[in-house]
Every structure is written in structure tokens, then in C-alpha cells.
Design a protein around this ligand. Structure first.
Ligand code: DOR
Length: 431
């Protein structure tokens, strides 16, 4: 039986509030033992001195682009990029070409993932056919095929009647509905946050209220349907406040925030860098503050990357024409460590938001180091400095605003199902 010993790390397991030094032994694909100074003859040893040893990160929100846009990313390259960022599982959005609105497509994604991806892949199915916001998908069949949630992400479901029915039917299958909240009429042609920056750039603004209006609508619909609503990439102070109040009223809602909305403001766009163009857009300093506070106080449950690969020729266009999105798997951990360095989150609470909470929301395994559970583990050195070069990364795309930056915090090793999938010195080792 294969044995891997992760030695001398700081064991962080949010599922039991464990934070202490120790060694972790993996045997036969599962977590076998956690103790001080384990000696296991014949085991492969991973040195975790100075590093955190935690449940693998789980990304609730990514775009893997297969099928249809494999020049941007595919399930193999996306899966490799994920494990290089410490993600042992990623959920992929349905805005592929064609969209994942059919059980055969969900099966295809799962088959490809089994064959090609070192990370687990959880397909999110479209809520409406073709993401057109009109005709609901066959939710029961999609969940039977393996869909973990429903979302038209990238688009907002404008028709409130359709949205209501999507929420009602989601209750039958017991999975969350993930919403991209941007009121299309209020967004108009907006490409950057509406405010002093959009004025200075002379670019059409996308106002914060475009997000809050839709979050409010969906919260009201979640209330009358009793469905599980999950708000994707919250970016505004108004959105955070709406979710906070809804929770206080007992509405079932969870939410996520991206590394970029936690750390960058719209000022990142002052040089017209299309790599920092995302939907929803980067917002004001006050919005960033509110998102961080919401993540800390539990209003926002999870950090999700919204890894959105686009090719260079698509991003090297005038600002208004470039598609929104940035890649994020490989930089996420280093970027969000900022919240630990600032004292806003303890390491344990950060891991909870990167792993335990996403597992709970999607009802997938993981998010725990409990004995006997599948060994999905990440070893992260929070002090290691490195310069991020997307060309040396594993995504097919390069659209990152952090390209060329020196970051602090690096994934040392990622194990999926008890097997070493990535090691910083050895690269990708699976499948
Ligand atoms: O920035 C974004 N890019 N936001 C989305 O909602 C969609 C995504 C994409 O698919 O490129």
C-alpha cells in the first residue's frame, strides 16, 4: 500500500477547529493518522516545515472552456492549473460552447475530467437552455448525470418568472442555484465601475446598483420559494449588506467573493489594462472594504476564483471590446493570504472559506482532514516569495493582472485522492 508522510507542518482542519503542528500520514488514498513525530518506514516523505497542511482548496466557480473554446483552456490544462494553485476540486460553469444544458454534456465533462484532470471537476449545469434565460433545463436529469448546481453565470436571468421557477425546481433536486447578479439595463454599455475612475478613463460606467438590484430580487425570490440561493462574485457594499440583512431574516443564502474583488480596486484599470477587466467589475475602495468585512463576519461564506481564461488576441483589444475575465487558480492562495497578513482572518478561517465552506455548499466531500476521508490535501508555504509568470504556469491563457508580480505564499504540494498531483519542484505529476 502506498504511504505518503507529510512531515512537520502546521495542521489546519477547519472541520474540527484544529490548528497545531504535526505530521499527516496518507495510506491507501485516505488520511490515516495525524500525530506528532510519526515515523513510517517505507513512506514517501513531503517536507512541510514552515508550511500549512490543510484540506485541499475547493473552487466553486471556474470556467474550463471545454467544449468549444479549447484555445483558451480545456479540462486538462484547467485541472493542472487548479492543482498548481492548491485546488483539489473545481466546479466549472456552464457557459461553454455549447452550454452545459444537457445531461450528455454533463457526462462528457465528467468523462473528460476523469481522463484528463488531476483535480476533481464538478460540473455546474445551466439553469436555462443555452443560457438564454427563457426555457428551464431538465434539472432532474442534469443532477442525475452529476451536476452539482445550476447557474447561467456570465449572464443574469432577467425574467423574474423564470428565475422563480428555477428556484422552485431546484428544491426538488436539492442543489443550489448560483446567480450572476448584474441588471442588464443598468449595466448598459458599462465596462468599468461607475465612479471617478470611469469618468477619468472616459469609459461607460457599470453602477454598483446594477448588482444590488438583482441580489435584492433574487433574495426575495429565495424567500418565497425556500430555495438555496448562492450569490456569485459579490462585489459591492450594497450587495454584502443585502445578503447580511437577508440572513438575519432567515433567508437561505450563501455567497462567494473572488480574490480580485477582495484586493483590487477600479484604480487597477487606470492604465487601461484589459487583464483587470472582469464582470462584475473591480469596484471602489469602500466596496473592497465591505467585501472583506463580509468575508470576515461570515456574511460571505467562500472565496472562489472565477478563473476565466481568455486568449491574448482577445484581450489585446481596445478596452470596450475585450472580454471580461482573468485567470486565477495559481495566484488565488497568495493573493488572499493578504487577509491573514492584515490580521483579518486566521489561517484556519481562511482555509474554511477556501475549502470547508465550498464543500458544504456544493455537498461534496473534502474540506476536512478527518481520519478515513479521501486524502485531498494542500501544503502551502505562506512565506515563500515567488514571481508569477503566467507563461510558466499551467493555464493555456495568460490574462492575469498579477503577471510579473512578486507574490508571497506558494503551494508546495497538492494531493488528490491520496496521490501527489503537484509539487513545486517537480511540477504536475498526475494523471
Ligand atoms: O469576468 C467574467 N468572465 N465574469 C463572468 O461572469 C464570466 C466570465 C467568463 O466566462 O469569461
Amino acid at each position: 500500500m502506498s504511504r505518503i508522510l507529510i512531515r512537520g507542518g502546521r495542521i489546519l482542519d477547519p472541520s474540527v477547529n484544529r490548528d497545531e503542528p504535526g505530521d499527516l500520514l496518507i495510506e491507501g488514498g485516505v488520511i490515516a493518522e495525524i500525530a506528532a513525530n510519526l515515523e513510517v518506514p517505507g513512506s514517501e516523505v513531503i517536507d512541510a516545515a514552515g508550511a500549512w497542511v490543510s484540506p485541499g482548496f475547493i473552487d466553486m466557480h471556474s470556467h474550463l472552456r471545454e467544449p468549444g473554446q479549447e484555445y483558451k483552456e480545456d479540462i486538462a490544462s484547467g485541472g493542472r492549473s487548479a492543482v498548481a494553485g492548491g485546488f483539489t476540486a473545481v466546479a466549472c460553469m456552464a457557459n461553454t460552447h455549447p452550454a452545459n444544458d444537457d445531461p450528455a454534456m454533463t457526462n462528457f465533462i465528467l468523462d473528460r475530467a476523469l481522463r484528463d484532470s488531476p483535480a476533481r471537476v464538478y460540473p455546474i449545469a445551466a439553469a436555462t437552455m443555452g443560457l438564454e434565460g427563457e426555457v428551464m433545463t431538465e434539472m432532474v436529469a442534469l443532477v442525475a448525470a452529476g451536476a452539482v448546481a445550476f447557474s447561467d453565470d456570465g449572464k443574469t436571468i432577467t425574467d423574474s418568472g423564470v428565475m422563480r421557477r428555477v428556484l422552485e425546481y431546484s428544491r426538488l433536486v436539492g442543489v443550489p442555484v448560483i446567480v450572476h447578479c448584474e441588471d442588464r439595463a443598468l449595466v448598459g454599455d458599462g465596462v468599468v465601475n461607475e465612479g471617478p475612475v470611469s469618468t477619468r478613463l472616459g469609459l461607460p460606467g457599470n453602477p454598483a446598483v446594477a448588482e444590488t438590484v438583482h441580489i435584492q430580487r433574487d433574495l426575495l425570490l429565495a424567500e418565497i420559494t425556500g430555495a438555496e440561493l448562492h450569490v456569485a462574485h459579490v462585489s459591492t457594499a450594497g450587495g454584502v449588506e443585502a445578503i447580511r440583512l437577508a440572513r438575519e431574516r432567515g433567508i437561505q443564502v450563501t455567497a462567494e467573493v473572488t480574490p480580485h474583488h477582495l484586493t483590487l480596486t477600479d484604480e487597477a484599470l487606470l492604465g487601461f489594462d484589459t487583464h483587470a477587466k472582469v464582470a462584475p467589475p473591480l469596484r471602489s475602495r469602500a466596496d473592497v472594504r465591505a467585501c472583506r468585512d463580509g468575508l470576515v463576519d461570515g456574511t460571505i461564506d467562500a472565496i472562489a476564483t472565477d478563473h476565466a481564461p481568455h486568449a491574448l488576441h482577445e484581450k489585446e483589444l481596445e478596452f470596450t471590446s475585450a472580454p471580461p475575465g482573468m485567470i486565477g487558480f495559481e495566484t488565488a492562495a497568495a493573493v488572499v493570504l493578504d487577509l491573514v497578513r492584515s490580521g483579518e482572518l486566521t489561517p484556519l478561517e481562511l482555509v474554511r472559506r477556501m475549502s470547508t465552506h465550498p464543500a458544504q455548499i456544493l455537498r461534496r466531500p473534502g474540506g476536512t482532514l478527518s481520519i478515513g476521508s479521501p486524502a485531498d490535501v494542500v501544503v502551502l508555504d505562506p512565506e515563500r516569495r515567488w514571481t508569477y509568470d503566467p507563461v510558466k504556469g499551467y493555464s493555456k491563457s495568460r490574462n492575469s493582472p498579477w503577471a510579473g508580480e512578486t507574490l508571497t505564499g506558494r503551494v508546495v504540494a497538492t494531493l488528490v485522492d491520496g496521490r501527489l498531483a503537484y509539487h513545486v519542484d517537480r511540477g504536475i505529476l498526475l494523471p
